[in-house]
Design a binder for this molecule. Structure first.
Ligand SMILES: *Cc1c(COP(=O)(O)O)cnc(C)c1O
Length: 414
């Protein structure tokens, strides 16, 4: 992938405007589409709405606040329904969901797991919790997911298939699995990635943490291979306060995931009997109650986000030196975080400063994980696009509440 793919329009026309002119232009364009009186605009505030107060009150009134209860069952049923998966298993957070998924999928101590360097740190940490090492691979600049072409080149060069396992000939380790991430809600190119995984005998666990509501050809993210993991942290598309979930169509995997995340308890009776070292990873009822109310209004949230994304896309369509990161052509994004990508890092830095100073909370794109000290020495492919994305991208205020009516400030005496 050439540098030109990161720029706007015709790659042979250099950007003529000065970096600070471009940064001011970006601010003016954001200013024109977000509600003026509503600021400061957070990056992604939780939208607590609908039946949230009633459902949480029910937990308080009945005393069912902990890790079993009717709201957990209901939340799981709703999630299975929305994603189309046979089973959903609610967890304490998205990181725990990924950890349980990787263990259940068969990732072992000493293994390597292919993962983008361009993601939230939890994706790699969950791999490390298994005693395995992340092996960082590059992204493509359209959907921000793992680049299938670069991945294949890398595996051709370093991989050796023995029977049905893939060995990294540079480190001698088994490359057991791949964790595609749907960055900022944009679907990774799962058709191409699943095909590569098939050929190289790789297990896929989807980090769908950011992609509730995203699809490819009508299929919900998290369902392309056997296990998908979600997060419902406070800044995700819906929130349970903290929380996560696993989805699978496989009955046996569902049983195993439920068992492992429920301290591997083997009975429902009074005796506390456990048959392996499990984890206390189940979602409390009180969080699930909030989650049910949030899922009831998911469609409205997705519509508001789609509308905001369309406004950003339109306003940046003719901008100089910057482009809006749209839903990729192969899928439909939930538009979790709206991002723009500059031709130059210096322009990004200037725009970041002026947007934040004007009350539009913006963040640089993910810092690459291979640049963090705990992952600095690990195995990796060449990561040129990751480095450019991290240096040249920023995320803009993206909450579902930014549409239309201006929200009142949160108050403590609600
Ligand atoms: C949020 C997130 C997670 C982790 O979820 P938590 O619920 O915060 O533990 C994992 N991966 C990605 C890509 C995320 O954005």
């Amino acid at each position: 992938m050439s540098d030109a793919s990161l720029g706007t329009g015709d790659p042979f026309t250099p950007t003529l405007a000065l970096p600070d002119t471009i940064a001011q232009d970006v601010l003016a364009r954001v200013d024109a589409i977000l509600p003026q009186a509503g600021g400061p605009h957070p990056l992604h505030a939780p939208e607590i709405d609908g039946n949230a107060w009633d459902y949480v009150k029910d937990c308080l009134d009945t005393g069912w606040v902990s890790s079993v209860g009717a709201w957990v069952d209901r939340f799981e049923d709703m999630l299975a329904d929305i994603t189309g998966a046979r089973h959903a298993i609610a967890t304490i957070n998205g990181t725990a969901a990924l950890h349980a998924a990787l263990l259940t999928a068969g990732v072992k101590s000493g293994d390597e797991v292919l993962v983008p360097s361009f993601t939230f740190v939890a994706t790699a940490n969950a791999i490390s919790y298994c005693g395995a090492s992340p092996n960082f691979v590059d992204c493509e600049a359209t959907g921000l997911g793992i680049d299938p072409i670069a991945l294949e080149e890398y595996l051709d060069r370093i991989g050796e298939v023995h029977g049905d396992i893939l060995i990294n000939r540079q480190t001698g380790a088994v490359i057991r699995a791949m964790v595609p991430v749907h960055c900022y809600g944009h679907p990774a190119d799962m058709r191409a990635l699943c095909e590569i995984a098939d050929r190289y005998h790789l297990i896929i666990v989807e980090d769908a943490a950011e992609s509730l509501g995203s699809t490819i050809g009508g299929m919900h993210m998290g369902r392309f291979e056997r296990i998908g993991a979600f997060s419902f942290n406070d800044n995700k598309t819906i929130t349970t306060g903290g929380g996560g979930a696993l989805i699978t169509d496989d009955d046996l995997l569902a049983r195993r995931l439920r068992h492992l995340t429920t301290t591997a308890r083997v009975n429902d009776g009074a005796d506390l009997v456990h048959d392996m070292i499990g984890y206390n990873y189940r979602l409390p009822n009180i969080n699930a109650a909030l989650g049910c109310a949030q899922l009831e209004t998911l469609d409205q949230k997705l519509a508001a986000k789609r509308d905001l994304a369309a406004r950003y896309r339109e306003t940046f369509a003719d901008a100089d030196g910057v482009r809006y990161v749209s839903s990729p052509p192969w899928g439909e994004s939930n538009n979790w975080l709206c991002g723009i990508l500059f031709d130059k890092a210096r322009t990004r830095d200037l725009a970041l400063t002026s947007l934040n100073a004007a009350g539009y909370q913006s963040r640089p794109f993910w810092a690459p994980l291979h640049s963090m000290k705990m992952y600095a020495d690990g195995p990796r492919a060449p990561l040129p696009i990751t480095d450019r994305l991290s240096a040249c991208g920023l995320t803009l205020p993206s909450g579902a509440g930014l549409k239309g009516e201006i929200k009142r400030q949160p108050s403590i005496d609600r």
